[in-house]
Design a protein around this ligand. Sequence first.
Ligand code: F6P
Length: 462
Amino acid sequence: MTVLFSENENRRCPKSIQIMLKDRNVLKGSMALSYHNFQAWCLNLNWNPTLLSVMAITKNDKLYIIMVGLPARGKTTIATKLKENLMHDSVKTRIFNNGELRRKMIRENTAYAGFFDPDNKEGVALRERIGLINIERARRYLNGQGNVAILDATHANVERRKLIRALLSDHPILFIECVNDDEEILEATILRKIDLPEFGHLTQEEAIRSFKQRIAYYQSIYAPLKNHEGNHIRLDSLNNRLIEEELVSEVPYVDQIRDFLLTDMIKNLYLIRHGETHFNLENRIGGDSGLTDDGRAQAMALAKYFQHKPIPLIFTSQKRRTIQTAMPIKERQKACTVIFLAEFNEIDAGICECLSYEEIKKGMPHVYSARKKDKYNYVYPQGEGYAAMEKRIERGIKKALYLSKPSDHIMIIGHRAVNRMILSHFLFRRREDVPYVYIPQDKFYYISSTQEKKTFQLKSYK
Ligand code: F6P
């Protein structure tokens, strides 16, 4: 029987150490020791703790995560992502969501904006009560088996956060504030939010107005996190970018948490090129041509292929050929929305739009040869080039990933040049090679990238 343990170099002076007892690599048991006893134990056995291999450590292995942010800033999505990843690492995690509890506890409809008016005393009292119930549930969870309790609500003002710090003083707290002021994304997120049954009695317009008013009420009391509020991370939740980090005490799991927050994780991305178009047959570029009969048959085949995979959102460009490819797929899904993103429009060929490659070669030989020389950096007169598309494609990818969450399946139906750029975002390709990546119409790319592995396959759908 070997005993494996160690001190974790990154963490200073742990409170306790988890010791694992292993026999030929099979875990036979584990026990926790205070660091003090651990040292005494090692000395007793004449062992040097620092020479032993790292197996596991537990120092303050309990953590409260408090989400902060206005409505529709991605808090729930981030909380879900954290939970999934922590659970994957055997860290017992539970989310305590105030909105869900409100919907369960209160029979009457509480989705109307006035309920969130800070001057509505009854509404404020009810929301405070719900918050306190979740705080108590989180406390009990950590005092039992749980490792990480995530409180998912706006926690918009300083007083509320102060109260949380006072009530949850038994374990470390990490505030995570989600910030995102991109108007377009906000609009799209609101559209998804109002899908909840609690908005069912309103027209789409009324529901949007009501949700925006709710945001305005929260805005009127909202205070971003300040340094004196303890451990916190401010996150640009659209771009997975750390805006600020302030750690004033030991925060368990913080290295993992930061990594999960900053990594784009895509479980299943289906990257499809539109079906065959009339322009494709004539070797013409750009334009807004529709699908041929064969192109429609390709769209039908795709629809059949994906009919048993839930695809809640399909992102297309604003061109007819991608939308016509998406529609049959949508029709075979139970619930699916198609979102047309300008960011995924095909490369703008400027003065060459709607010409065939042969016509360009003949009529504009200077364009043809300059592009041939440096296809990646070449910019069509009055149009774009691959390098010039990079920013908008990045933006489209961010939008698609953000809006798809927490779905496991994302579908993008794009164009040849666009899909090349999307592929190269996920898989490193030398820039000069990107304009030559193979983007067929009878196959699609399947990409899956997580913390642990990246998969990339060209698949046939027929
Ligand atoms: O299908 C044709 C097309 O999508 C054109 O609209 C576009 O200009 C072209 O492919 C991009 O491919 P390349 O950069 O190889 O010309």
